[in-house]
Write a protein that binds this ligand. Structure first.
Ligand code: MTE
Length: 319
């Protein structure tokens, strides 16, 4: 995504998504054949759909799209997670050994309640919800993903942010021993993201712990990631270990790497092109080689819910 030099890791962009998709279909077919002829169970499982601990969550139909979700294979096999490599298949190949338990999150900054909280305590008071959201990547592809999680705002309010808390900053784990991509200066590690406090409190903003009814696979950001469906996917930070309430707009990874390409707000906006490509249309992953691109919707189709957050703002300037 950035223009910064990428040493030994090959940029994902060199694999055209169409090539990737056909390769994947080939692979799925090959795995099916292999499964029929007694391959090791772990390999066979790769083609059989959802795996992992079941979470038990009630679908929030009011906040879910009725578009069909992408397959488990697409959602867990085509990822952006630069801590595990810049190729789309790298996270699935390399993230498996990340230790996601025990896990705790440190709360800091402009809040009355601060300190470290275990993941279990962070989640405890909230029933898990399933929400099927569109995810629109800044690279102009999209997916539909059935997430499991809890509303971010409900979690944040428990820490009683002060009146000076204007923004919320999120930080990913930094551990080059476990996250080999962090040994290369692709981004300023650790990955950092942020939201304005009213965006963070919006009912659509989700802290996700699962997908397809099961615990998040590591490549999708286990054990805890953000999902902000009206913004480009890079806002949806994975493997969160810190949440800070701040008075000033926090520095964020992609904005710091290329401020003319990735704004702080990063609201999905077909009217504002990326400097190097159009954002007017998108390719739905898994739709097939010959499927038409679809028009991108303002705020990724969530304008009715969130456009009011940006009243009076010039969205071409605050992209
Ligand atoms: N979070 C971290 N820590 N590192 C990353 O490289 N990539 C982002 C986002 N969160 C990224 C991240 C980008 S560009 C996208 S599109 C989404 O994760 C992809 O989420 P998914 O792989 O679960 O579909």
């Amino acid at each position: 995504m950035s223009r910064r030099p990428v040493p030994s890791i090959l940029p994902s962009e060199i694999t055209a998504p169409e090539v990737y998709a056909s390769r994947r279909r080939f692979l799925t077919g090959a795995l099916a054949v292999a499964a029929a002829s007694a391959v090791p169970p772990a390999l066979a499982a790769a083609s059989t759909g959802p795996v992992g601990r079941e979470l038990g969550a009630h679908r929030n139909a009011a906040l879910s799209t009725t578009e069909p979700p992408n397959s488990w294979e697409d959602v867990t096999g085509y990822n952006n997670y630069y801590e595990f490599g810049t190729g789309k298949e790298d996270p699935a190949a390399n993230a498996g050994r990340l230790r996601t338990a025990p896990w705790s999150v440190t709360i800091g900054g402009e809040a009355e309640v601060k300190g470290s909280v275990t993941l279990e305590d962070l989640l405890k008071p909230h029933p898990l919800e399933e929400r099927v959201y569109r995810l629109r990547c800044v690279e102009a592809w999209s997916m539909v993903i059935p997430w499991v999680g809890i509303p971010l705002g409900d979690v944040l309010r428990r820490f009683r942010p002060t009146s000076r808390a204007k923004y919320v900053a999120f930080t990913t784990l930094r551990d080059p021993a476990q996250m080999p991509g962090q040994r290369y200066p692709v981004l300023d590690w650790p990955y950092a993201e942020g939201l304005r406090i009213d965006e963070a409190m919006h009912p659509l903003a989700l802290l996700a712990v699962g997908l397809y009814g099961r615990v998040l696979p590591n490549q999708n950001g286990a054990p805890l990631r953000l999902v902000v469906p009206w913004k480009y996917g890079f806002k949806s930070i994975k493997a969160i270990v810190r949440i800070d309430f701040t008075e000033r707009m926090p520095a964020t990874s992609w904005n710091r790497a290329a401020p003319n390409e990735y704004g702080f707000f990063a609201n999905v906006n077909p009217a504002v092109d990326h400097p190097r490509w159009s954002q007017r249309t998108e390719r739905r992953i898994g739709a097939g080689l010959f499927a038409a691109r679809q028009p991108t919707q303002p705020f990724n189709g969530y304008a009715a819910e969130v456009a009011g957050l940006y009243g009076g703002m010039d969205l071409a300037r605050w992209f």
